[in-house]
Design a protein around this ligand. Structure first.
Ligand code: ADP
Ligand code: ZN
Ligand code: ZN
Length: 796
């Protein structure tokens, strides 16, 4: 391309056939709307909503995506009042449609709701690595780059009808092997060559005779995750429980009526929620529609995926963060071409191109991983509710420990015009019973002189498990509590030079690591002779908190050799299939203890587990965050739910220094209300969600004063806008409250200063709109980056 961006529209004097709304993909443009372009007659046959196009934008060419088409300019959404003369024409249509009008509408809502660039939101809906890009050369010219990830083809060999009459000559061993291999159906050349060494000559010979045929087709990478886990196979139960039938009935009614209801399946662990999802999806598929199931990344295991694949076979596409670029593209295309009609995946699976979407399910609705940490900072639950609204289908949320937000909305019965209802499943399905929960008071153990990691009840229970040849799960949660060093003399905790984050201690490498910027520091903690406190020089710089390895050592010492100890944490699951392999090992063992971090708390379904132990519940309770209790409750309830899923009764032992905490009491009594009523009252009192919405606005940059001035300007602009909002609200309470601006808890990260303010706003208020206008009015400031996090979870 020569860089000339003169519009070609009407060059031949012909009037345009149509007009298009185009989202221009320029990353730097802050808060864009679609732009109107004309479609010249020559392109009219090729263009459709979702096409990638080349357009002139200002004085440069740009890639854009068509989100709407109309015959006349006045019918084009957002283009009112534009004179036909000023409109430029689309230069070229680059690809077939890569997203739908529906995707465009959802992206538009997201950009408004989360105050994010429209192109950035729309890009979520585009094929991974599969759209053309513009490369900017140093001389100012542009070049079109083809998609980065190519497709792969595979060759499939199959027998023809002529094979029935063909007998290979006695000496043609390879031909016989080939015909045997194909007897049960077509096989790819790749698999044939894996099974037997090179069969290509035999294939050619038989192809010539017309006995076999070779066809080329698109290969789908990313579907071969086989597992031996017994629980990954699942046939439908003979009959649903009463709770399951009621929940399913409610979902099916909403599906049939095209209602955008949000249905919360509030079922204890093991109550058969997954069964409800499976049956609801069957109903949706039978009606010729498609479904998305979101599960938290950490429970997106072979076991979960296996249950869906064993019910729906090859029609299931899977998305998770461990897919390679090629696998991701192929799974995407399986969906786009209709080869897959059910999608199971993490957060981002919401954006894959299912046509005729009829249901979205979000399992473990309360999980924080549904909130995206970078722009656009969306929450999958909220986006899915909006998708259900725009698409006219229900959203199903499932949890044993629903979020305060979901419970609140169900109590009210609606949220932003959508109906929210809760279906309870208080009992376990099948043979399982809820386990007994025992609280081991570590204060008393300590006072009694005990110094072991395991209290007496836990020690005895573990030994009983080994004796009875059963299995146990032992949780050692360290989320948000990484081991660190602390000076026993002055209490100083070493922090990063570039950030103000406390450094995490890594035993194996003897390093302190910063989890904000990745810096590492070599260190020799006490009792090594080289240790010295950076502040007072004392040599008692010692490790705090114990790692999973330490618990593992104690466990191996305690347990008899016939009980296998399997450790599952970030270190032991580093390899691609390590996670799956360890679970298979646990599944196959006669008697075993699975020791792990929070990654073992969720989703595992092993009927032989009769004991669940929690090494120390308190780290989870002691986080400086108003959601810490909710998360701790969820974690304990989930891990307790791993016990007693089969015929044999289960027992749970929780070790804690805080036995009176409402979270611990609620888990012990199987009575959620003990926790929720306490938590709800605290949130209402201190004005936290769901009673208000929290928005965190952060500015960062290398020049502290500049950053501070900027965040101050944005805060003032937001309050001006909010005054306008508030005037209409007319309630007694202040509808918008602004906290700050102040420096963030993490004051510096990657050598950048961070300042923020927090907005608490009444739930019905359009705070996003106020922010949108405020940010646009203040404009950008060089050297300062602004991030807006609506419905923020991370306030640090
Ligand atoms: P949840 O998702 O609520 O934790 P699951 O769907 O995993 O529960 O079900 C727990 C166990 O109960 C599974 O082994 C499942 O096969 C079994 N199950 C579910 N529904 C029924 C039913 N109606 N009858 C018998 N067993 C059931
Ligand atoms: Zn010190
Ligand atoms: Zn750092």
């Amino acid at each position: 391309m020569d860089g000339r961006t003169e519009s070609l529209f009407a060059a031949d004097g012909a009037a345009p056939d149509a007009y298009a709304s185009v989202v221009v993909d320029i990353p730097a443009r802050a808060l864009s709307d679609p732009f109107a372009y004309a479609v010249a007659p020559a392109l009219a046959g090729d263009i459709a909503v979702g096409c990638t196009v080349l357009v002139a934008f200002g004085h440069r060419p740009a890639i854009g995506y068509v989100v709407a088409l109309a015959d006349s300019i006045d019918e084009l959404p957002g283009a009112e009042g534009l004179a036909g003369k000023r409109i430029r024409a689309i230069d070229a249509v680059l690809t077939e449609p890569v997203c739908s009008a529906y995707a465009g509408a959802v992206a538009y809502w997201m950009s408004r709701e989360y105050v994010a660039p429209l192109a950035e939101c729309l890009r979520l809906f585009l094929p991974p690595g599969g759209t053309p890009r513009l490369r900017h050369a140093a001389d100012g010219s542009y070049e079109l780059e083809p998609p980065a990830v190519p497709e792969v083809r595979e060759r499939v060999v199959s027998l023809t009808p002529a094979a029935a009459d063909y007998l290979p000559p006695a000496r043609a061993v390879r031909q016989r092997q080939l015909m045997e291999a194909l007897a049960c159906g077509p096989v790819t050349t790749r698999e044939l060559n894996l099974l037997y060494t090179d069969l290509s000559a035999a294939i050619r010979a038989l192809e010539k005779r017309g006995v076999v045929e070779v066809r080329e087709r698109r290969a789908w990478r990313g579907i071969d995750d086989q597992t031996t886990l017994s629980s990954a196979r699942s046939s439908a139960p003979a009959a649903l429980t009463a709770g399951q039938s009621a929940a399913l009935g409610e979902i099916e009614r909403a599906v049939d009526d095209g209602a955008d209801d949000v249905i919360l399946v509030d079922g204890v662990t093991g109550s058969g929620k997954t069964e409800v999802y499976l049956a609801a999806i069957e109903h949706v598929l039978a009606a010729g529609r498609t479904a998305i199931v979101l599960v938290p990344e950490i429970s997106l295991t072979a076991q979960t995926v296996g249950r869906f694949r064993s019910r729906f076979g090859g029609a299931v596409a899977v998305f998770h963060s461990r897919l390679s670029a090629g696998e991701r593209l192929d799974q995407w295309d399986m969906v786009r071409t209709g080869a897959a009609r059910v999608v199971v995946g993490a957060r981002s699976a919401l954006f894959c191109p299912l046509s005729d979407l009829g249901l979205i399910v979000i399992d473990e609705e309360h999980e924080q991983s549904y909130k995206q940490g970078s722009s656009p900072r969306y929450h999958a639950r909220e986006v899915a509710a909006q998708m259900a609204h725009l698409g006219g289908f229900p959203l199903v949320l499932g949890s044993a420990t629903p979020s305060a937000e979901a419970l609140h909305r169900c109590r009210v019965g609606e949220y932003l015009g959508q109906r929210w209802c809760r279906m309870e499943m208080p009992e376990r399905a099948g043979a399982g019973r809820l386990p007994d929960v025992i609280v081991a008071d570590l204060r008393r153990e300590f006072a009694g002189g005990a110094r072991s990691i395991f209290s007496r009840p836990l020690r005895e229970a573990l030994l009983e498990v080994a004796e009875r040849r059963e299995k146990a799960v032992l949780l050692h949660n360290r989320r948000g509590f990484a081991p660190f060093l602390m000076c026993r003399d002055c209490g100083c905790v070493p922090t990063c030079k570039h950030c103000s984050t406390a450094l995490t201690y890594h035993e194996r490498t003897h390093t302190l690591e910063c989890h904000t910027c990745g810096a590492t520091y070599r260190v020799q903690p006490y009792p090594a002779p080289g240790s010295a406190c950076p502040k007072c020089g004392s040599r008692y710089l010692a490790k705090m908190g114990m790692g999973t390895q330490q618990v593992e050592d104690a466990l191996i010492e305690l347990m008899p050799p016939e009980a296998k100890v399997i450790r599952m944490d970030a270190d032991s699951t580093r390899g691609k299939d390590a996670h799956k392999r360890l679970l298979e090992e646990f599944d196959a063992a006669e008697s075993a203890v699975l020791l792990g971090t929070q990654m073992i708390a969720k989703g595992l379904d092993f009927p032989e587990v009769t004991l669940v132990g929690v090494v120390i519940a308190d780290y989870a309770l002691k986080m400086p965050d108003f959601r810490a209790s909710e998360r701790a409750f969820d974690l304990l309830e989930q891990v307790a739910g791993r016990a007693g899923r089969g015929e044999r009764a289960g027992k749970v032992i929780i070790q804690t220094y805080l036995p009176d905490d409402p979270v611990i009491r609620a888990v012990a009594a199987h009575d959620r209300a003990i926790f929720t009523s306490h938590d709800d009252a605290e949130r209402a009192e201190a004005l936290y969600p769901p009673y208000v919405r929290l928005t965190n606005v952060v500015a960062r940059g290398r020049d502290d004063a500049r950053v501070r001035a900027y965040i101050g300007a944005v805060a003032r602009a937001v309050m001006d806008e909010a005054d306008v909002l508030g005037a209409g609200a007319g309630t007694g309470e202040e509808p918008v409250r602004l906290l700050g601006p102040t420096s963030c808890v993490i004051e510096r990260a990657k050598d950048q200063y961070r300042h923020h303010f927090i907005i608490k706003s009444a739930p019905g208020l359009d705070i996003s709109g106020a922010l949108f206008r405020a940010v646009e009015r203040v404009g950008a400031k060089p050297g300062v980056k602004l991030s807006v996090d609506v419905d923020a979870y991370d306030l640090m």
